[in-house]
Design a protein around this ligand. Structure first.
Ligand SMILES: *Cc1c(COP(=O)(O)O)cnc(C)c1O
Length: 435
């Protein structure tokens, strides 16, 4: 006798077998063991990646060097703390498709937006437009920083910060970005590579080409793509970029940020100058005249935060061992698998996908939309599923390729279905966003 329940069970068994089959075929399956994952289902690596043994070791190495060498660690440790910014820049360069001297680590993402946007507003000729083009779905800190840079130059942000408007509240059309270049006094286009809420991946090449045809400079915030989407910044000719290291790069909370400046801009005066951006050879002559480094290193400001940088050495070993192209391939596969499962099991339960379905327009996470998104996210936490809620109705699910399995994705979709069917979210209060 075959009743509908056992038919359902048979289908579920087949789906689970399929998930396990995918895990068996996954070339990155072994990387999960190199991390410590504190929850059953960690789907929040786009906010804070977990610790790996390698990151912990490279942090511990710096702690030991501090204990053993104290001040001598600046030049006597291996790698020398003094050169951390440049050494890590070299290691990051292949992930953004740049030459080693075009990349450095230092500061935080917000500060790097300040110094780079400030620099390039200053670099405009007096008769050139100095407005900055952003979009209305950006992460807020980017706008705060740019507004304050404009104000410091006597430019009213109401007149000089231009927002490309989203048509659907989720995505930004390339065409609209390009149109805005023609309809406003734009000197700099500053866009994210991936929108933090919907996960839309921008067409960096098309935007850069269109901007350059109009003598506009272009910068990108790669916070949500570095470490999960490969980039080709030098080849495309992007002028500058910033990113953080604590999301898909897994370098730890508050880890030092990174930046890229195309070599044709070496020698521009950094807007936020400091002795760590001085030419390294003569930095310790302590001259009162600032001689900026001849490369991207010039945009460092103060002393490198050694313990916020050290874990990045170990974390990058994993990314490089895996290979960014293989990471991207699995990421696309995981998000496609997730979207298919949502269509199959959650659409009928009122969940929709707010992320572009074309994988070439998608970063590493998927936005699930539901009117009860906030309370469902809370209920998920009690099922050992860590996701995050972004107002008003988005649950971000990030199946980070280095440590998330296909079967995890399968389980999470099942758990969401159960929570909705049994209305388990009703016992939670919508408390507002805290992270
Ligand atoms: C995460 C993120 C930041 C973070 O900036 P911090 O200075 O590290 O706080 C900035 N911009 C975007 C788009 C982000 O996603």
């Amino acid at each position: 006798m075959v009743d509908s329940e056992s038919e359902g069970d048979a289908a579920a068994d087949a789906s689970r077998r399929d998930a396990r089959e995918r895990d068996r075929a996954d070339p990155l399956a072994d990387f999960r063991e190199r991390f410590e994952i504190p929850d059953d289902y960690y789907m929040d690596g786009n906010s804070l990646g977990p610790i790996s043994d390698a990151a912990e070791e490279s942090l511990q190495r710096a702690v030991d060097q501090w204990r053993d060498q104290a001040i001598r660690g600046w030049t006597g440790s291996e790698p020398p703390w003094f050169w951390y910014g440049e050494r890590l820049g070299e290691e990051l360069a292949p992930l953004v498709g740049a030459d080693p001297d075009e990349v450095v680590v230092g500061n935080s993402t917000t500060i790097n937006i300040h110094t780079l946007v400030g620099t390039f507003v200053d670099a405009r000729e007096p008769d050139e437009p100095r407005g900055v083009l952003v979009n209305d779905l950006d992460f807020p800190t980017d706008h705060y920083a740019i507004q304050s840079q404009l104000r410091q130059r006597g430019l009213d942000p109401d007149e000089h910060l231009h927002l490309v408007e989203s048509r659907d509240g989720r995505t930004i059309e390339t065409e609209d970005v390009i149109d805005a270049m023609d309809t406003h006094d734009v000197g700099i286009v500053f866009m994210p590579s991936v929108l933090y809420r919907s996960g839309q991946l921008f067409d960096i090449e098309a935007i850069t080409e269109a901007a350059h045809e109009r003598d506009i400079l272009v910068g990108f915030d790669l916070a949500h793509s570095i470490g999960v989407v490969p980039h080709d910044l030098s080849e495309i000719g992007v002028d500058f970029a910033v990113w953080c290291s604590y999301k898909y790069l897994n370098a730890g909370p508050g880890a030092v940020a990174g930046l890229y400046v195309n070599e044709r801009h070496f020698g521009e005066s950094p807007a936020l100058a400091g002795w760590w951006g001085h030419d390294k050879e003569s930095q310790f002559e302590l001259n009162l005249d600032f001689t900026p480094a001849g490369d991207a290193g010039a945009w460092q400001a103060g002393t490198i935060p050694v313990f916020s940088a050290a874990p990045l050495f170990g974390a990058l070993e994993l990314t490089h061992d895996a290979g960014i192209d293989v990471i991207r391939e699995k990421s696309v596969d995981l998000t496609t698998y997730l979207i298919d499962l949502v269509d199959e099991h959650l659409a009928e339960r009122g969940v929709s996908v707010g992320t572009p379905r074309d994988p070439t327009r998608r970063g590493g996470h998927v936005a699930l939309e539901h009117p009860e998104a906030e309370r469902i996210s809370e209920a998920l936490r009690d099922h050992e599923v860590v996701v995050d809620f972004r107002p008003p109705n988005v649950i971000r699910v990030a199946p980070a390729p280095l440590y998330v399995r296909y079967e995890d994705v399968y389980d999470v979709v099942e758990i969401v279905a159960d929570i909705i069917d049994e209305k388990r979210y009703e016992k939670y209060e919508a408390a507002g966003d805290v992270t």
